[in-house]
Ligand binder design. Structure first.
Ligand code: CMP
Length: 143
């Protein structure tokens, strides 16, 4: 089954949105495979956002993501990578439609509540970066 990496960023954690975000993914029908509340090291942040290392906002991005705990998750389900991106809405909350997570709760492009892998390659890389194989709970729904 397809898997994606989803992270509630420090602003989402501090605003009490973990439950709301988990609930949206559960209600959609996706399956939670792994989750942890953690404070991100500079090293992990720089690896996670490596593709943005030449962007002018890279330093700000790393500072923000290491500023407080994040809630890192792996979700599984049919077409979950692309559908999670639709559920999140556009990167800049100002462009994100109402009904999407960023459209409903986001404040600015930096503080945009949530991160989700943007492709199968990113999902594979990010899941391996944030979780050990034994952290992934692969199970069949029986009820
Ligand atoms: P995310 O999906 O986590 O991936 C890269 C992040 O960079 C993105 O969400 C935004 O939060 C952030 N970002 C993009 N553009 C800017 C910007 N101009 N200033 C600050 N952060 C940005």
């Amino acid at each position: 089954m397809e898997k994606t990496f989803i992270m509630v960023k420090p602003d989402g954690v501090q605003r009490g949105l973990i439950g709301e975000i988990v609930s949206r993914f559960e209600k959609k029908g996706y399956q939670l495979v792994a989750a942890k509340l953690m404070t991100v090291s500079k090293e992990l942040a720089e690896k996670h956002y490596a593709e943005h290392k030449d962007k002018p906002f890279f330093g700000e991005l790393v500072d923000f993501i290491t500023s407080g705990p994040v809630f890192a998750m792996v979700w599984a389900g049919n077409n979950v990578i692309a559908t999670a991106r639709q559920m999140m809405g556009k990167t800049n909350p100002a462009d994100a439609l109402p009904g999407t997570i960023r459209g409903d709760y986001g404040i600015s492009v930096g503080m945009n509540i949530i991160h989700g892998s943007d492709s199968p390659e990113s999902a594979e890389r990010e899941i391996a970066l944030w979780f050990n194989e034994e952290d992934l709970n692969n199970y069949e729904k029986t009820i």
